[in-house]
Write a protein that binds this ligand. Structure first.
Ligand SMILES: CC(C)(COP(=O)([O-])OP(=O)([O-])OC[C@H]1O[C@@H](n2cnc3c(N)ncnc32)[C@H](O)[C@@H]1OP(=O)([O-])[O-])[C@@H](O)C(=O)NCCC(=O)NCCSC(=O)C[C@@](C)(O)CC(=O)[O-]
Length: 302
């Protein structure tokens, strides 16, 4: 069994996690969440997004969040940007890393960003050029890689095409998103095999939602395929505003527990992470979505 020796976790709770919440969340609570996560040892945090507030109202305060977080050395604080307008706003906020997002299914692309896949890729071209000029690193996302809420099955070759385009235009890493969480381990291995022909595996990441309870198994399957970067969300926060019924991302605490058990080092403090997740759950008035957090908070032992 040849698992990667190191894994990097991309914490998407403050963005992917909170974007779906209907109730208002104060800037202070968002800032506290980001600061708690960096204090727990997360080295990459997606803080917010610069998207149209009409589309995702919860992310409207992202500039203020960026202005108020305590930026620790060695931590990447990233933002999602769908177009030049979003990129320019991110730049004004001093953001050094952004993510662009495309979909592997046409229907999801239309629902999420109001254009076709090809149009979205065209939209990213000037953004990539501007990012290069300003020394901003760009990560890419592909949504619906293992199924679409509107189109159903998605062919791995279609995912490979979009991932390859993002990689070719300069994304240093492409994260493959199982937006609705329908994927299972065998399909995940096949997907990375197909996409891995066009994009080097060390430049691919896995982004799993846990709607069908398959996320940890899918991460393990990805590890077996040599993937060493995973997106996760503290307390399993989230869902997607354009994927009805999709639950949150896999909980960061649960992924960390898995990695710790495999002896894979991450330098993240599980206790501090659990405290961060529990705090935001209290603010939101919702149950903690991490099974590991729930077990440890209830004093369970192995
Ligand atoms: C892409 C658009 C803007 C197209 O939306 P549109 O309506 O086609 O855009 P438009 O260019 O016609 O502009 C409409 C209005 O939005 C404004 N606008 C335009 N751009 C921006 C911007 N960047 N920031 C702020 N405002 C903006 C623009 O100025 C205008 O304002 P108005 O004149 O009506 O007052 C819209 O569809 C959008 O913002 N979509 C974002 C959707 C989103 O954030 N979804 C969730 C993130 S993706 C995700 O969660 C999946 C992922 C990444 O986690 C992986 C996975 O799980 O699959």
């Amino acid at each position: 069994m040849n698992l990667p020796k190191q894994v990097r976790l991309v914490e998407v709770g403050p963005r992917d996690g909170l974007q779906n919440e209907q109730q208002p969340i104060s800037v202070a609570d968002k800032v506290r969440l980001v600061d708690d996560l960096s204090a727990a040892g997360l080295s990459y945090i997606e803080v917010g997004s610069f998207v149209a507030p009409k589309w995702v109202p919860q992310m409207a305060g992202s500039a203020e969040v960026f202005a108020r977080i305590q930026q620790r050395p060695g931590v990447t604080y990233a933002a999602l940007t769908p177009n030049m307008k979003g990129f320019e706003a991110a730049l004004e906020s001093g953001v050094k890393e952004v993510a662009v997002f495309a979909a592997a299914s046409e229907a999801f692309s239309q629902k999420n960003i109001n254009c076709s896949i090809a149009e979205s890729l065209q939209r990213f071209v000037p953004l990539m050029e501007a990012a290069q000029q300003h020394g901003v690193r760009v990560r890419g996302y592909v949504s619906c890689v293992l199924g679409c809420p509107y189109d159903g099955e998605v062919a791995p070759e279609q995912v490979a095409w979009v991932a390859k385009e993002l990689y070719a235009m300069g994304c240093y890493e492409v994260s493959l998103g199982d937006t609705i969480g329908t994927g299972s381990a065998g399909k995940v291995r096949h997907l990375f095999n197909v996409v891995g022909r066009d994009v080097p595996r060390h430049q691919l990441a896995g982004h799993f939602h846990d709607t069908y309870g398959q996320a940890l198994a899918n991460i393990y399957a990805s590890l077996l395929e040599g993937i060493g970067v995973f997106d996760s969300s503290v307390a399993g926060l989230g869902g997607c505003p354009y994927a009805k019924g999709a639950t949150g991302n896999v909980a960061t605490e649960d992924v960390l527990y898995l990695l710790n058990g495999l002896g894979i080092e991450t330098a993240i403090d599980l206790d501090k992470l659990i405290a961060a997740g529990q705090r935001i759950c209290t603010v939101l008035g919702k149950d903690n979505g991490s099974r590991v957090a729930r077990a440890l908070l209830q004093g369970a032992t192995g």
